[in-house]
Design a binder for this molecule. Structure first.
Ligand SMILES: NC(=O)c1ccc[n+]([C@@H]2O[C@H](COP(=O)([O-])OP(=O)(O)OC[C@H]3O[C@@H](n4cnc5c(N)ncnc54)[C@H](OP(=O)(O)O)[C@@H]3O)[C@@H](O)[C@H]2O)c1
Length: 509
């Protein structure tokens, strides 16, 4: 076995069959199989387990194992040992079948009669397009491949994102899944919740008595959440993205989950239900901060063409592969929300995400109010021009990626005869404290599903509450052309207007 690089994860003891629907696809190749390999190499998987790859392509076990070996070699986060990979892939089988055909399940059932090879606890991972989620679950149920909860063996089903396209489709999907499964068997994945820094938001808030008292409208001026990417359309992703866009791809899951964690009330305990109850409450209180018109609160953009640092032309969104040349899908969105509860009333919350932005990074910035009395004046000089400015507010930054950590910007006296206050960072970075690579989100989440821990997965009412927040945007803007913005910038000036009446601006750092 490889030297353990774990962070206290608990080994799974129960034998299990893990069936990956869509096993020949990109997610399985880049994330799922490497994550399972790492769990295996770190001795976190049970001694008896079988991974079944389910897809239509015509492979046999040997070919599929060869492909999975390549996946591990290319994408494992930890050093790969040939011997360990060889032993790992012996646990892998391939099942050729079409998800929409009952025969595929009958054949799977036939294989499952060999309970020595295929343990009766079953994890079904639906790594396929959303239109196949319900079909797969329905046929699994009809074929007797789903155990009732509370029996001697368990069945759990992981549902990939996107969970629906709008509120109505999310409700329909929930109803369809819940016809065949109990809520406790469904694991709606949002891989952001598997990230170490995202989970750390809860420890930071609720394990440190000094911060929680100031996390409210009395002290916080506003909150900004940004998820920026520098890439445009990754190869092959165009078709999916053009149908969904930035709001559906990023806001209804990742950004709203970050919002929940940073604004929810303390849960009574750390159980999945207690945490999810608090998240649902805050989502139900979150709304677009509309004054007169929805465009006061939302700004959508699409990148135009440009030139990169090497003088190479950058394609516009509409010129990308598998994108409709007349597409009105947004590749950028910024919005201003409010949370109508006692803690956050009157505190604007800004969310922003986009492709082809100035810098890659995901962060939450909590900006505090400036001190009530400006005792110090700050002098800022650039060459021979000096400005006297107000003291800058404290900002607490949760950096999700890259360079995961937490930073607090505070004003400090600059050495010298005068009282000049300068911004400095108090920082904690994971890489500085722990000199090993952090587990990938999928590693953590897969192990959680095997333990039956749904804390980091989205509950049905939570998924619907997320859609309820953005549904007014979808209703209003879906048929409208977004603004254009240049690639490599932070969006467009129209997104700055969302800060009307607020002492602040987007942190483009
Ligand atoms: N890739 C990512 O980074 C990523 C990130 C987040 C979420 N996701 C989500 O994960 C899911 C999978 O994404 P992906 O990128 O892996 O997609 P993909 O590369 O297009 O793979 C889709 C897989 O589904 C299989 N498939 C399609 N129709 C099938 C059918 N009727 N019966 C059996 N198998 C079928 C395909 O295999 P055959 O053609 O051999 O049947 C293939 O293995 C999607 O819901 C996506 O939104 C992906």
């Amino acid at each position: 076995m490889a030297e353990k690089e774990t962070f206290g994860e608990i080994r799974v003891d129960e034998p299990v069959s893990i069936v990956i629907f869509g096993a020949s696809g990109d997610l399985a190749h880049r994330k799922l199989i490497p994550a399972l390999y790492i769990a295996y190499a770190q001795d976190l998987l049970p001694s008896k387990f079988t991974i079944v790859g389910f897809a239509r392509r015509d492979y046999d076990d040997a070919t599929f194992r060869g492909m999975m070996t390549e996946s591990v070699e290319e994408f494992s986060r930890i050093p790969v040992e040939d011997e360990t990979v060889a032993r790992f892939v012996e646990h892998i089988r391939y099942h050729r079948g079409d998800i929409s055909t009952p025969a595929a399940y009958a054949e799977l059932m036939e294989k499952f009669r060999d309970v020595e090879t295929y343990p009766e606890n079953r994890l079904y991972y639906l790594s396929v397009i959303p239109s196949l989620f319900e079909t797969a679950v329905e046929f699994l149920k009809q074929s007797g491949l789903i155990a009732s909860p509370g029996g001697s063996h368990w069945t759990r089903v992981v549902i990939e994102k996107p969970f629906g396209k709008d509120l109505e489709s999310a409700e329909t999907l929930n109803a369809g899944l819940l016809r065949h499964l109990d809520e406790s068997q469904i694991y709606r994945i949002d891989h952001y919740l598997g990230k170490e820094t995202v989970q750390n938001i809860l420890s930071f808030r609720f394990a440190n008595a000094i911060f929680e008292p100031v996390f409210n409208r009395g002290y916080v001026d506003h909150i900004q959440i940004t998820a920026a990417e520098t890439v445009g359309m990754e190869s092959g992703r165009g078709g999916y993205y053009d149908e969904y866009g930035a709001i559906r791809d990023m806001v209804t899951n990742h950004l709203l989950q970050l919002l929940c964690l940073v604004t929810m009330e303390p849960p009574g305990d750390l159980s999945a239900e207690a945490i999810r109850n608090e998240k649902v409450k805050v989502l139900n209180a979150a709304k677009l901060d509309i004054r007169k018109d929805i465009s006061d609160a939302v700004c959508r953009g699409q990148y135009g063409s440009g030139v990169d640092d090497n003088g190479q032309r950058i394609k516009s969104y509409c010129e990308e592969d598998r994108i409709d040349p007349n597409s009105q899908t947004e590749s950028f969105v910024a919005m201003r929300l409010k949370i109508d509860n006692w803690r956050w009333a009157g505190v604007p919350i800004f969310l922003r995400t986009g492709k082809r932005m100035g810098k890659k990074g995901t962060e939450i910035a909590v900006q505090f109010k400036v001190p009530p009395l400006q005792l110090f004046q700050q002098v800022e000089c650039e060459e021979d021009v000096c400005d006297i400015t107000r003291i800058k507010p404290n900002t607490l930054i949760f950096r999700i990626q890259p360079d995961e950590g937490i930073f607090l910007k505070i004003g400090t006296k600059r050495p010298g005869m005068q009282f000049v206050v300068e911004d400095v960072n108090m920082d904690f970075s994971y890489s500085g404290k722990w000199n090993k690579s952090l587990p990938e989100a999928y590693e953590r989440l897969l192990i959680d599903t095997l333990h039956g821990d749904s804390t980091l997965f989205t509950r049905s009412d939570e998924a619907e509450a997320e859609w309820r927040v953005v549904q007014p945007i979808l209703d209003h803007f879906d048929k409208l052309k977004p603004y254009s913005y240049p690639p490599g910038e932070w969006g467009m000036p129209e997104a700055d207007w969302l800060f009307h009446g607020v002492e602040g601006q987007w942190r483009n750092e």
